[in-house]
Design a protein around this ligand. Structure first.
Ligand code: 5GP
Length: 113
């Protein structure tokens, strides 16, 4: 059964796509927590960080490279931005297809809640 994000990758579910390359897709989060809130997802299904292996970990580098490009594209690279990946229940993961949250456009507090 395809994940929600695979369905977005395959255009079976609509999303506001902002960036794409052969390895990753990025789109607006449906419940934005900042003026810029995008989800950067790999074009393969990896459920959680716990499922990373030496064979698939290259996708994580691709996700960060995409974050860097998106930051430049959106003009927040110098101002600042945050990328974060939740893993499993206590961290608040709800979609089991790894994704980087890209957040920018407001003061981001630390530690996060
Ligand atoms: P998680 O809680 O797993 O770290 O993040 C999942 C994110 O996916 C949430 O921020 C949530 O708002 C977002 N999300 C859930 N369903 C959809 C959807 O159908 N479309 C989009 N664009 N984002 C979604």
């Amino acid at each position: 059964m395809a994940t929600l994000f695979t369905k977005i990758i395959n255009r079976e579910i609509p999303a506001k796509i902002i960036y794409e390359n052969p390895k990753v897709l990025a789109f607006e989060d449906i419940h934005p927590q900042a003026p810029h809130h995008y989800l950067i997802v790999p074009k393969i299904e990896i459920a959680t960080i716990n499922d990373l292996t030496p064979e698939n970990a290259g996708y994580v580098a691709e996700m960060y490279l995409a974050a860097k490009e998106i930051a430049k594209m959106k003009g927040v690279d110098e101002r600042g931005y945050r990328v974060v990946m939740n893993c499993n229940a206590e961290a608040g993961q709800t979609v089991f297809h790894i994704h980087l949250h890209f957040l920018a456009g407001r003061e981001l507090h630390w530690p996060p809640g």
